[in-house]
Design a protein around this ligand. Structure first.
Ligand SMILES: Cc1cc2nc3c(=O)[nH]c(=O)nc-3n(C[C@H](O)[C@H](O)[C@H](O)COP(=O)(O)OP(=O)(O)OC[C@H]3O[C@@H](n4cnc5c(N)ncnc54)[C@H](O)[C@@H]3O)c2cc1C
Length: 381
């Protein structure tokens, strides 16, 4: 197959893959574009999961567009339920579990793998769920039907958001965080303890500096044993421990990888014909997490594919957590040395991060103080 007959191929139909499609089609309305995905190719927003669970929404209600609708809308081909097993860079061919697929240029948008607890033991360890795809959401809904005792492992953003929504939906929620505070390094101590207090008031049982040692099948659901030796029964255990970029395909193909697939500011990997974007990519030691960064990255890829010069710049972002019990807005500082200064009042906590030159580089607002977020963002950043 000659080079101009080969399609541009994107692996992944998540936020990153489809964002590249949208941005690319604004520049090139006719080039051949093929997407390959291990899932069903539906476009959806993962940010809806906590709300959708508490509102008892079915997975199909979260679908913004099916693979067929996306294919029609953007004049692309989408191969669903197809897993890419290997990238043959010399031949510019993908080996999938169905067929060989030639590519002209390739975009890796294969996301990140949810982390599972590695030290857990017991007869029901395989029943610990993760929640990072529509398929997993569908399965969790099935497991939760008629049950209300939920145990969450991990007290970062997702753990707190799920705890807040599930408890308000009538679930009895246990939240375990192995670290000494919620949201770990993202929040300074007074902010984190205010969050724990207000979330705790809604009925979420928060346990810090502890985790699960065993999950066994009991007569009354799952029997959990904590590292500190406590035992209790639950219906469902969900691990919300973060995720690890999927780098295996890239590494096996000989591309440069670190924590993620290493790219330059044009989102190009160590092979000039292969780009990486979204949760699988790493730029300057930083991973792509926030949707705004992923979408910016996708626009850069589209411009580069169209031959235009473009470079990604990390920008400060405002992030509103979906925790109704305790409104929080975060503007996370970059990974530079410095310190937090916090002021707490009965209404809320304000925290500002100053680098060692005294410049304010980020902030966190908790409680009633979140109303000032936009003004602080303009003032500080
Ligand atoms: C602060 C913060 C806020 C967030 N807010 C949001 C939000 O508002 N909305 C939201 O959606 N997410 C949100 N997230 C989560 C994050 O942005 C999502 O994880 C995002 O959807 C990742 O997009 P992705 O396309 O990189 O990966 P994914 O969505 O995981 O997509 C990966 C795709 O690759 C495919 N794939 C992987 N391996 C293979 C293979 N070998 N062969 C074929 N296909 C493969 C999968 O099938 C899938 O289609 C947030 C995260 C953070 C930290």
């Amino acid at each position: 197959m000659s080079s101009d007959q080969r399609p541009l191929v994107i692996i992944g139909t998540g936020l990153a893959g489809y964002s590249v499609v949208r941005a690319y089609r604004q520049r090139d309305s006719s080039g051949k574009l093929l997407l390959i995905t291990a899932d069903d190719g539906a476009a959806y927003s993962r940010a809806q999961f906590p709300f959708a669970l508490s509102a008892s929404q079915e997975a199909r209600e979260l679908v913004l567009a099916t693979a067929e609708q996306m294919a029609y809308r953007f004049d692309i081909s989408v191969r669903t339920r197809t897993r890419v097993i290997r990238v043959e860079r010399g031949e510019r061919v993908l080996v999938t579990d169905r067929a060989m697929v030639p590519y002209s240029r390739l975009v890796l948008a294969c996301g990140a793998e949810p982390l599972r607890p590695t030290t857990l033991r017991g007869s029901a360890v395989d029943q610990v769920l993760t929640l990072s795809s529509l398929d997993e959401y569908r399965y969790l809904r099935h497991e939760l039907a008629g049950r209300r005792r939920v145990t969450l492992l991990g007290g970062d953003v997702a753990g707190c958001e799920f705890a807040d929504h599930l408890v308000r939906a009538g679930c009895a929620v246990n939240l375990f965080e192995p670290g000494s505070r919620l949201l770990g390094e993202r929040l300074p101590t007074l902010c984190a303890s205010r969050l724990a207090r207000l979330l705790g008031r809604t009925g979420v049982r928060i346990t810090l500096e502890d985790g699960l040692a065993r999950v066994d099948q009991g007569e009354d659901g799952l029997l959990l044993t904590t590292l500190s030796g406590a035992r209790f029964a639950t219906d469902v255990v969900i691990a919300v421990l973060g995720s690890r970029p999927r780098i295996d395909l890239a590494r096996a193909a000989g591309l440069a990888v670190g924590r993620g697939i290493q790219v330059d500011a044009g989102l190009c990997s160590s092979d000039p014909d292969i780009f990486a974007v979204g949760r699988c990519a790493e730029l300057g030691g930083k991973l792509f997490e926030a949707p705004d960064d992923i979408e910016s990255g996708a626009r850069i890829v589209a411009e580069r594919l169209a031959g235009a010069p473009a470079a990604m710049r990390w920008r400060p972002r405002l992030h509103r957590l979906q925790v109704e019990a305790c409104p929080i807005v975060l503007c996370e500082p970059p990974p530079v040395s410095g310190e937090w200064q916090e002021t707490a009042t009965p209404k809320g906590v304000r925290a500002f991060f100053h680098d060692r030159h005294g410049d304010c580089r980020g902030f966190a607002l908790v409680g009633d103080t979140v109303d000032q977020a936009e003004a602080e963002f303009r003032r500080v950043i």
